[in-house]
Design a protein around this ligand. Structure first.
Ligand code: SAH
Ligand code: SF4
Length: 365
């Protein structure tokens, strides 16, 4: 268990600030020109104790002001679960006491951190454990960036020399919440994560997963250019209406038009579609053919996800033979697919298994 203090209310937490905001904070004492050094120190070296800035030739009066008026906060981690397959789930405590989950998935050539964007979710997709937890609130940009900083702490990555390979290389917004229902904070955090003088994770290594919130998809494409994963789960409106209530707001025809518009802007990249197979619901040969028809002509890649059960779930996973038969139909039509291995299932860290206790607020969407 790790517990680290958060800044007191009187201090400004520098985590989550944009570069412009950091510069203007520093500028108030005439130190705007040192913004880059402070930014790199905290995001690339994990600096937290301002006295360390002395070694970087920062003026004493700046260090004194930072020490008195600012802090580089860290979200405390209450539990660290390790799965038998190496996946880790961290229960992160927010300043107001809410808890969220971040999951780290190590692989041979990369390590992916799955971050949360909300406490709970408004969208009540019927197969998703998070969807049974009413939305308590959106995360702030600081709380999203904070999940990455905590991960670097726990993975002991700050002391690595210069350009040594990191364990955490990729970020996916596939934890709790619908990222595009918290667009502004997610976008602000992504800008911090991509900044080359800081955490420097490129847009090609960041993926935002959405249940299909069209306005967010369009803005994300224009403003951020990161990868998009669209949670489809059915190519038929009648089925999708039943498992994902958002389909009634943004039905498939509109969703696919938005996908084509997205593709139009960045034609070099394939869109990623997630398709969780639910036994007897969306896993028939007809469902596979409907998917082929829906994605016809759209450069895409389909991730087939075996359903991850959770206590009280109203669905069962499709048997592996059914998943393979479904995949075969897609393969035969030259569609690129992959069956996503379930990771961290034994610690309820797999897709759609995340849930923490939260207060309930009315549904709003
Ligand atoms: N809210 C976003 C991102 C979080 S969910 C979204 O819906 O896309 C991350 C992925 O897990 C989504 O593709 C979601 O549909 C899928 N998922 C949710 N519950 C699942 C479950 N029980 N088994 C398998 N996949 C699930
Ligand atoms: Fe929310 Fe995504 Fe879960 Fe649906 S699948 S309830 S959008 S977190």
């Amino acid at each position: 268990m790790t517990t680290t203090e958060m800044p007191t209310a009187a201090r400004t937490d520098l985590v989550g600030l944009s570069r412009v905001a950091l510069r203007s904070w520093l500028e108030r004492s005439g130190h705007g020109a040192h913004e880059r050094v402070v930014w790199t120190w905290m995001h690339r070296r994990g600096g937290r104790d301002f006295s360390g800035l002395a070694a970087l030739n920062m003026p004493r009066d700046l260090i004194r002001r930072l020490t008195e008026e600012a802090a580089v906060g860290r979200l405390p981690v209450e539990f660290r679960h390790r799965s038998g397959d190496g996946t880790e789930k961290w229960l992160v405590v927010l300043p107001d006491g809410h808890r969220i989950e971040s999951v780290f998935i190590p692989e041979t050539s990369r390590g992916t951190l799955c971050v949360s964007s909300q406490v709970g979710c408004t969208l009540t997709c019927r197969f998703c454990h998070t969807g049974t937890q009413p939305l308590a609130r959106n995360l702030t940009a600081a709380e999203i960036v904070g999940q990455i900083l905590v991960a670097r702490d726990l993975l002991e990555e700050w002391s690595l020399p210069g350009e040594a390979p990191r364990r955490l290389t990729n970020i996916v917004f596939m934890g709790m919440g619908e990222p595009f229902y918290n667009y502004d904070a997610v976008a602000e955090a992504i800008r911090v994560l991509m900044d080359r003088d800081g955490i420097a994770i490129s847009k090609r290594k960041i993926t935002v997963s959405t249940s299909g919130v069209i306005p967010g998809m369009l803005r994300c494409n224009e403003e951020l250019g990161v990868n998009l994963s669209i949670s489809l789960h059915s190519a038929r409106d009648d089925v999708r209406d039943g498992i994902m209530p958002i389909n009634r707001k943004y039905p498939l025809a509109e969703l696919m038009a938005a996908c084509r518009a997205y593709q139009g802007v960045s034609s070099s990249r394939r869109l990623l579609f997630a398709y969780t197979l639910l036994k007897g619901v969306n896993d028939s040969d007809e469902d596979a053919k409907a998917l082929l028809k829906l994605l016809d002509g759209l450069p895409s890649k389909v991730n087939l996800i075996p359903f991850n059960p959770w206590p009280g779930a109203p669905y069962e996973p499709s048997p592996m033979e059914r998943i393979l038969a479904f995949q075969q139909i897609l393969h035969d039509a030259r569609m690129i697919t992959q069956i996503r291995h379930t990771r961290g299932e034994d610690i309820l860290a797999a897709c759609g298994q995340l849930k923490t206790a939260s207060r309930s607020l009315p549904q709003t969407f």
